[in-house]
Design a protein around this ligand. Structure first.
Ligand code: NAD
Ligand code: IPM
Ligand code: MN
Length: 370
């Protein structure tokens, strides 16, 4: 059996708490002989700043590049509010995405049947929901230059962020979205603001061109990002795959998370291009949520987004889709049995800790063992 080189970056806040539960699942997979991992760990975010005055070191970046996949939990928190901008915790995460060229961020929002009442929306709006947000992750306003803040000398300052997209960046993310749609319900909704932004005009043009040239069999619709935000809350089941830029994808995926009951439910995969020579692709798997400073250290965070991110690693990096299916089925089973972390509490359910949720998922995997 191939041994997967995995780099674990637990980060800050609830990061180490949810990462501990992923390790529990990894331990089970190894004991069962379902997967073999060579695991390294390193610092990222505020914890890296405390140790090295940098949000990620070059040595950690080298480890990330050498790994088959990176699992990152979360970075950030109020403790680092005043560190220099370049060294803020989030800069470590952004460097990983940029330097590993992880341009495609897959954020699936699935409402598990048992959680239809955990959403703030009505049951009929979210029950059976299964949508996939494909977020462009290495371009746009996150990385465009200039990105400056200047003192104008008259008591005023000027801050500039720059949104840039080149044809190739839109082309490649559109292809990811269309390819994935073919494995699902064959529909892509592309979202931008071409009514206000030049990058939106180019986005719509390139997505349409890619569609008409190579993906005529896939249904394509365009939706302005503000309207899409509204539609996500009004009737989200009309969507299958949503493809959008870096900033809109960030915002829309937090909205989508709440359709599933909690931010603590949403995993993600950040993928690079497949290397033609080696067939390998760089990849990082990260929950959509952050370090949740408000609940950090209390042992109550939901580890499902993090464990779901491990399942995505098995599916997208290690060609072990059946093992991923088993993990997702175990999560579903635990929820069906009425076990909940506090964020997904529903009437009559048993509220359990982060650790108890990890243990329950492993027990469910055990019980369902083939
Ligand atoms: P957040 O996602 O950390 O928290 C938002 C809300 O969701 C909080 O009430 C939190 O308690 C809750 N929540 C999040 N994850 C949860 C989980 N697993 N279980 C239960 N509840 C959960 O967003 P924020 O508060 O806006 O940001 C806090 C810090 O995290 C900031 O520094 C931000 O930059 C950072 N952040 C990091 C990442 C990442 O590392 N990938 C993602 C988002 C935000
Ligand atoms: C996310 C986060 C990050 C982003 C931050 C922490 C840089 O919000 O992964 O959704 O904005 O991309
Ligand atoms: Mn976000």
């Amino acid at each position: 059996m191939a041994t997967h080189k995995l780099l674990l970056l637990a980060g800050d806040g609830i990061g180490p708490e949810v990462m501990a539960e992923v390790k529990r699942v990894i331990g089970w997979l190894e004991r069962e002989g379902l997967a073999s991992f060579a695991i390294e760990e390193d610092l990222v975010g505020g914890s890296a700043y405390d140790a090295h005055k940098q949000a990620i070191t070059d040595a950690a970046m080298d480890r990330a590049k050498a790994a088959d996949a990176v699992l990152l939990a979360a970075v950030g928190g109020p403790k680092w509010a005043d560190v220099p901008y370049e060294a803020r915790p989030e800069a470590g995460l952004l460097r990983l995405r940029k330097d590993l060229e992880l341009f495609a961020n897959l954020r699936p929002a699935i409402c598990y049947p048992a959680l239809a009442d955990a959403s703030s929306l009505k049951r009929e709006v979210v029950e059976g929901l299964d949508i996939l947000i494909v977020r462009e992750l290495t371009g746009g306003v996150y990385f465009g230059e200039p990105k400056t803040i200047t003192d104008l000398g008259n008591g005023q300052k000027r801050a500039i962020d720059t949104q840039i997209y080149d044809t190739y960046e839109i082309d490649r993310i559109a292809r990811v979205a269309f390819d994935l749609a073919r494995t699902r319900r064959n529909k892509v909704t592309s979202s931008e603001k071409h009514n206000v932004m030049r990058t939106g005009v180019l986005w719509k043009e390139v997505v349409t061109k890619v569609h008409d040239a190579d993906y005529k069999d896939v249904e394509l619709e365009h939706n302005l990002a503000d309207s899409l935000a509204m539609q996500l809350v009004r009737w989200p089941k009309q969507f299958d795959v949503i493809v959008t830029d870096n900033l809109f994808g960030d915002v829309l995926s937090d909205i989508a998370a709440m359709l599933t009951g909690s931010l603590g439910m949403l995993p993600s995969a950040s993928l690079g291009a497949v290397d033609a020579a080696t067939g390998k692709r760089s990849a990082m798997y990260e929950p959509v949520h952050g370090s949740a400073p408000d609940i950090a250290g209390k042992g109550i965070a939901n580890p499902i987004a993090m464990i779901g991110s491990l399942a995505m690693a098995l599916r997208y990096s290690f060609n072990q889709g059946e093992v991923a299916d088993r993990i997702e089925a175990a999560i579903s089973g635990v929820l069906d049995a009425g076990k909940r972390t506090a964020d997904i509490r529903t009437a009559g359910a048993e509220v359990i800790s982060t650790q108890a949720m990890g243990e329950a998922i492993v027990a469910e995997l055990d019980a369902a063992r083939a």
